[in-house]
Design a protein around this ligand. Sequence first.
Ligand code: CO8
Length: 257
Amino acid sequence: MEDIILKSMPEDGVMQVSLNRPKQRNALSNDLIAKLAEIFEVAWDSSGVRCCVLVGVGGVFSAGADIKEMEADGINAIDNIQRKKNWALIEQFPKPIIAAVEGYAFGGGHELALVADLIVASDDSRFGQPEINLGILPGDGATQRLTRVAGKSLAMQMMLTGDPISAETAYAAGLVSCLVPSGRALEEALKLAVSIAKKSPIAAQLVKTSIKSAYETSLSAGLEVERQAIRQAFAKDSHVEPMRKFVGRKNLTKTRG
Ligand code: CO8
């Protein structure tokens, strides 16, 4: 059977997950989504995984949902409960995910990149929601997520015309956190992942939860999520070692002085 996902641990605490259907431009088949969900489910409680990098094999991120599968399945493609559950598990993965995008992220591929917490993109990559060209619309969250991140006007343009935007436009719109030279997205995403993996895993997960809540709740409810999150960081002693180290450093300076 084709290995549709490759998992590796290139650095301490960093899990690299590679979409591996290059001949189909990493189209997101049901099997691929299921395998991705399975990997995240295992990584969920694994203390060895503190940050994840998602990348596509073959110089592209992903061309989106598998059109051949959707064409064959018709409306059952949308009513596929298992796929929905798998996608939800990926969306709810509590640890930071970085998408490393080369080439393009289209349709469901772009939606998967939007599920990631950060996007590192090569400066010649493109982002698009071409579903309208197939007589449909995005079904894995773009009408909501893209609109919340990039605003109504750009979201409308992308989803009504189906035309992709450049990495530079995506960067200016806040979709992409870091633009890098062509061919360097994975390398730079891994560097970022290593630096995140060195931070307190509890604090990193709480940051993710709190920021995500900004897209789902009112300001006052979001502020309450943040307050509860920082309480949890203190309650779980996430602060003890780094604060002690900082205070110790000051004391050491004073003693020396
Ligand atoms: N699905 C299945 N196969 C694909 C896909 C895809 N999305 N994209 C490319 N492929 C296949 C092609 O069929 C081709 O296969 P074969 O060699 O067997 O003919 C192979 O990949 C190479 O494709 P191209 O020759 O077209 O490669 P190019 O490099 O010339 O072009 C493009 C790459 C521009 C990405 C082009 O393939 C393309 O436009 N693809 C379709 C992009 C698209 O429309 N994506 C949106 C899909 S719909 C979606 O993602 C959301 C639906 C909602 C889901 C809801 C739940 C199910």
